[in-house]
Design a protein around this ligand. Structure first.
Ligand code: NIG
Length: 410
């Protein structure tokens, strides 16, 4: 089955050459993109979709969410809006509600959140454990996550649960809990921050997970300067997320991690050479916690690869809207529209090691529109991507294809 999408006013590919095509068309065959180019030269297909002069982007790649939870933190949010500051301790409230929820309810809630994200243009999504915080509930969260998300991250090291000593809990995270979650996860993460895990504990968790064959991610420098960013670079993490409070040395370390990287690739294949640590900015979280926005402009200018993600979770960022993140990145972080869309598509794919199709497990590339890549497409109800920032708050998703399949749009 093939589908021709034609009459595309602006096709923002986010490919290796950063091409933006006008009056373009794309052909989907099965789950992959089989052709793109000028509409006038498009081949015939089984089905034809008239894009009506709208803009087509890659689907959003949301590389940082926490969707496996039950309960509500409205009261904490209200207190914050009245002047209280965010602290990691709120995680414990969600842990209580999550442990009490049935498998059925946790799965239903997570599926609803994924459906909400997809209906707004998200076509590839990571989610984490981290509200179980004991062996049984972390393993359960990982198992449920693996049924609803494209990528699953083990975040046993989110908070030391009540009644446990930090050292004792770190040993559990590095040992039996890791063994229990291992079949369900590709990544491991640690909340390296005051009130969560210190540098030594974070390093032990990351190295144990690396030894178990997991890729690494770090929650770092969210609430103040600290060791998170430098630790992420030291252990070769694919991404360090939040990055609100950065020293010059942190920015240098992130930039240096990409010094051997050829984004365009010698053969036109994105992603040749030594990959570094992506800086993942979470602007919706920054607004909801009233932290200063992460310095996305400065990071890009320094040569750091950037991702934007929703950080959808009940505590610090209860939104799955990647469009809101893109809008904020343009209006407040001073990224261009093209840079912000790139960070929310290709950047997320890079943070998840999915920007090229050469993965050992044979997965197709996501986050850019190119022949052979997964047909993850987002048609805007607007003639150009600029409208994402020009018309803030307006729902602009017109149609979504995920692996070649049209998705329901609200
Ligand atoms: O990424 N910072 C740590 N984890 C989440 C918040 C978790 C919560 O407060 O429930 C975050 O912001």
């Amino acid at each position: 089955m093939s589908t021709l999408i034609t009459n595309i006013a602006e096709l923002m590919t986010q490919d290796a050459e950063h091409r933006v095509l006008r009056d373009a068309a794309v052909v989907i065959e099965g789950e992959r993109i089989s052709w793109l180019g000028p509409a006038a030269g498009a081949p015939a297909a089984d089905e034809r979709v008239d894009a009506g002069g709208r803009a087509l982007l890659p689907g959003w790649v949301d590389s940082h969410t926490h969707l496996i939870f039950a309960g509500d933190r409205t009261a904490e949010f209200e207190a914050r809006m009245a002047g209280e500051s965010y602290s990691a301790g709120g995680i414990a409230v969600t842990t209580g509600a999550t442990r009490s929820a049935s498998d059925f309810d946790l799965t239903r809630l997570a599926m609803g959140r994924v459906a909400e994200a997809v209906s707004q243009g998200t076509t590839y999504l990571e989610t984490k454990t981290g509200y179980g915080l004991d062996l049984e509930n972390e393993a359960r969260s990982a198992r449920i996550a693996s049924t609803v998300a494209d990528e699953v991250t083990y975040l046993g090291a989110h908070l030391v649960p009540a009644g446990m000593d930090a050292e004792e809990y770190t040993e559990l995270v590095c040992g039996p809990m890791l063994t229990a979650v291992r079949p369900y996860v590709r990544w491991a993460d640690v909340f390296c921050e005051q009130g969560a895990f210190n540098e030594d504990q974070s390093r032990r968790v990351l190295l144990a997970c690396k030894a178990a064959g997991l890729g690494l991610r770090v929650h770092g420098n969210q609430l103040g300067e600290g060791p998170g960013v430098r630790l992420a670079v030291e252990v070769g993490a694919a991404s360090v997320d939040h990055v609100n409070y950065l020293s010059a040395a942190d920015v240098d370390a992130l930039a240096a991690s990409w010094s051997g990287w050829d984004a365009a690739g010698g053969s036109g294949t994105p992603g040749s050479g030594q990959r570094g640590t992506v800086a993942t900015c979470l602007p919706a979280c920054d607004l909801s916690t009233r932290q200063p926005l992460a310095p996305g402009r400065e990071l890009l200018d320094a040569g750091v690869q950037l991702a934007l993600a929703s950080n959808c979770n009940p505590g610090t960022s209860y939104t799955s809207s990647m469009a809101f993140c893109v809008t904020t990145a343009v209006l407040q972080m001073r990224l261009s529209v093209h840079e912000a869309v790139r960070a929310a598509t290709y950047g997320g794919a890079l943070a998840l090691g999915r920007e090229s199709g050469n993965d050992a497990d044979g997965a197709r590339a996501v986050g850019s529109i190119a022949v052979g890549h997964r047909a993850d497409l987002h048609l805007l109800n607007a003639p150009s991507a600029t409208h994402l920032a020009y018309r803030p708050g307006i729902p602009l998703t017109h149609a979504v294809w995920r692996a070649g399949v049209a998705q329901p749009v609200r």
